[in-house]
Design a protein around this ligand. Structure first.
Ligand SMILES: [Zn+2]
Length: 323
């Protein structure tokens, strides 16, 4: 029997309900905030208000996408989940190289050591200190997804070691992947690399690929069996909405069962509680209305928000997530 591992415990995939597949509900320090103060999402009170408003529109679950030592704070994620009733899946893994810098510890450990840290996050509990120092204090809150990041055009040498460690952690725990595709590129290279390391592509969710509005690219990456996560729906400005266009194409191509949706809203400026827009509820109000207008009806949206995430974020069936 498979399951989804949330911060507050394992659930059946069917219990996920309406799910956002790539969010940043908490960013608590780390290099990202040093580089960009607008990334500071450390205020749980404010975020609880934002999440509650989206829950009133139907949001039931969120996959958070900030992995080890880049501003992840699992105690805050757990608190947010308790206060709002919205389920949260927390990641292990590592983000893009730019969020760590050249002297980060992750560059000086072996693939096996890195895999061991990921496995412990999944099977034992995420470090309260977020692998930010030599002391590790495991919480009772486990990671339910492995987040790794590729560079432009595919994994760099640095990324390859991280992907190898992630693949090893998947082989021993069965946890699914959520990857970052830089500028939407390199998705096929990422899938190939993971498959070469013993991963079935259907456990891989490729984020941000809607930045590339190319029907063939999407057909090709979905033909691998992987999932695509589209999160650019509110970023098109005056241009035609490429995210909406891709959704229409994938519906016509009968590939929509491999697509999930998110916001990737990693800035205060995107959240209503900070005076920003479009707010976390966007996918369920404004963008759902836009989807409806182009024929992506309630049944199609149920696949995007409910049935597809339930498959994409379930652990591999032959594993109990125990490491
Ligand atoms: Zn993200």
């Amino acid at each position: 029997m498979t399951f989804v591992r949330t911060v507050l415990g394992d659930i059946e995939p069917s219990e996920l309900g309406v799910t956002y597949s790539h969010e940043h509900l908490v960013i608590d320090g780390g290099r990202a905030v040093l580089l960009e103060p607008d990334f500071d999402l450390s205020d749980v009170d404010r975020m609880a208000t934002e999440v509650a408003a989206a829950a009133a529109l139907g949001l039931r679950s969120v996959v958070d996408a900030m992995p080890c030592d880049a501003g992840r704070n699992v105690e805050k994620l757990a608190e947010l989940s308790r206060r709002t009733g919205v389920r949260i899946v927390a990641p292990t893994g590592l983000h893009h190289d730019r969020f760590y810098g050249p002297s980060h510890w992750s560059r000086h450990v072996s693939v096996e050591e890195l895999a061991g840290l990921f496995v412990a996050d999944i099977a034992v509990g995420i470090d309260a200190l977020d692998y930010g120092g030599p002391v590790i204090r495991r919480t009772e809150y486990c990671a339910g997804v492995i987040k790794v990041a590729g560079s432009t055009g595919g994994p760099s040498t640095r990324d390859r070691a991280v992907f190898e460690a992630a693949a090893a952690a998947h082989r021993s725990t069965g946890a699914p992947f959520l990857t970052h595709c830089e500028g939407g590129t390199g998705a096929l290279e990422q899938v190939r690399l993971l498959v070469d390391h013993g991963v079935d592509a259907r456990y891989v969710v490729l984020s941000h690929v809607d930045k590339i509005v190319d029907r063939e690219y999407h057909r090709e990456l979905l033909s691998t069996g992987a999932f695509a996560e589209y999160d650019g729906s509110f970023r098109w400005g005056d241009r035609p909405n490429g995210t909406l266009q891709l959704l229409q194409w994938m519906a016509e191509d009968d590939l929509i069962d491999q697509v999930t949706l998110g916001m990737d809203a990693a800035r205060q400026d995107y959240y209503a509680v900070y005076g920003g827009s479009p707010g976390l509820g966007w996918l369920l109000d404004g963008f759902s209305a836009a989807m409806d207008e182009v024929g992506l009806d309630a049944a199609a949206r149920r696949r995007l928000f409910v049935t597809n995430p339930a498959r994409a974020f379930a652990f591999r069936v032959d594993h109990g997530g125990v490491g």
